[in-house]
Design a binder for this molecule. Structure first.
Ligand SMILES: C[S@@+](CC[C@H](N)C(=O)[O-])C[C@H]1O[C@@H](n2cnc3c(N)ncnc32)[C@H](O)[C@@H]1O
Length: 386
């Protein structure tokens, strides 16, 4: 029996429940929702699996010490007494990432610096030498979280954020985070079988994530780099076994269509889909949404139209064009759109669901519109939780 440990998976605000569901699906225990995070427990193999399989997680942290501090010096002293040498050696590089919500430190840089000094001083005292800091590509990434006087130190098993899947070779001017795209697809009620359309696909993130999800292709099959590979206890056989266990079994007959008005963006999306290994599963096309016809009887659309921080008259016209086009050409469609609440007001359709979500730092709304044939009406508003 492998030893069970407690872990924390971090995510974007609004995706906590999606992440919790994903964790349950991969076999995590004691799944508990936090703020932009989900706590869970499992063995070392589950830690590998979480990094490899989760689509809506940003990082998987292994808490190694947590305590109360009353001063910056408390952080230093406790950090100096911790047996860092059990976790890594002078021949490895490290970095510290801090999030700090406390009066004890003016900024997170200072907190990082205090902990870094403690680690370096301990190594020097014990071995006469110290590991170097590499903030760009460290072997060992340490996560420091201080909220009021509560301090938690964790090892970041992921390293680079998990939204960096490794398939984005190029991007348009406003690409969506891969984690957000995957989260939105799961938040929508897409059954992973019916045709999915992104008519404003930009660099293709929604289409690529949908193709991967429908076919059981996990993000880890593209990205090979995780910090846990540099840990002393890394077990390559266990990782290989996990990787074999989660291999997809066959291509699903699902049609995903992605179009955009910009030729350049379609070229980018095409290259990204190729890098993700899902090129065959997506039909790409250059098209203006003003003339785009649905490819199936009951289309399912999920997209993010362009939006600025402030609503302009052009935006108002653009969104009312989207509403008109949907009403007259997409009867029987289920449509999910993410944008700012101001822009979405101009669409002129009544949503049947609204979900608040942050896209970067911008407060957005993810709305569902159900269009019915004949009457050219939309379904009445039901669960509007925003
Ligand atoms: C916010 S971006 C979409 C980003 C995309 N989800 C991604 O991950 O890269 C909006 C996209 O809408 C496209 N667009 C703007 N007007 C359009 C129109 N009339 N028809 C089709 N696409 C349009 C832009 O070229 C841009 O790529």
């Amino acid at each position: 029996m492998l030893k069970k440990q407690k872990y924390t998976a971090t995510t974007l605000a609004g995706l906590e429940e999606v992440l919790a569901q994903e964790l349950i699906e991969i076999g995590a225990d004691e799944v508990q929702i936090g703020r932009r995070s989900v706590y869970f427990s499992g063995d070392l193999k589950l830690l590998y699996k979480a990094n490899y399989c989760l689509r809506s997680a940003l990082r998987i942290l292994l808490p190694i010490d947590s305590y109360k501090i009353h001063s910056a010096d408390d952080l230093y002293q406790r950090g100096k007494n911790f047996k860092w040498e059990d976790l890594f050696g002078c021949d490895q590089t490290f970095a510290i990432q801090s999030t700090v919500f406390t009066d004890l430190f003016n900024n997170s840089m200072y907190a990082s610096l205090k902990l870094k000094d403690a680690i370096v001083d301990r190594f020097r005292y014990k071995f006469g030498e110290r590991p170097s800091v590499n903030s760009k590509n460290p072997d060992i990434l340490i996560n420091l979280h201080i909220s009021n006087e509560y301090c938690t130190i964790s090892l970041d098993s992921s390293g680079e954020s998990l939204h960096k899947r490794g398939y984005r070779l190029d991007q348009n001017e406003a690409p969506m985070s891969e984690v957000l795209a995957a989260g939105l697809i799961r938040l929508s009620d897409w059954d992973r079988k019916s045709d999915l359309i992104d008519p404003m696909c930009g660099s293709g993130t929604i289409a690529i994530e949908a193709a991967m999800l429908a076919n059981g292709i996990y993000p880890g099959s593209i990205r090979k780099d995780f910090c846990f590979r540099n840990w002393r206890n890394f077990n390559p056989e266990m990782f290989a076994q996990m990787e074999e266990e989660v291999q997809p079994n066959g291509i699903q007959p699902v049609r995903i269509s992605a179009s955009d008005i910009s030729r350049r963006n379609i070229d980018i999306a095409y290259k990204n889909a190729e890098a993700a290994g899902v090129l065959k599963l997506i039909d790409f096309k250059i098209s203006d949404f003003r003339v785009l016809e649905p490819v199936s009887e009951k289309p399912f659309l999920l997209f993010n139209p362009p939006y600025g921080e402030r609503l302009t008259p052009d935006d108002t016209n653009f969104y009312s064009m989207i509403g008109e086009r949907l009403k007259h050409h997409y009867t029987n469609a289920t449509v999910w759109i993410i944008s700012t609440p101001q822009c979405l007001k101009s669409i002129g359709l009544r949503p049947s669901r609204k979900i608040s979500i942050l896209n970067g730092s911008l407060e957005c709304s993810f709305r569902k519109y159900e269009l019915y044939s004949g009457s050219k009406k939309v379904a009445p508003e039901k669960d509007v939780a925003e």
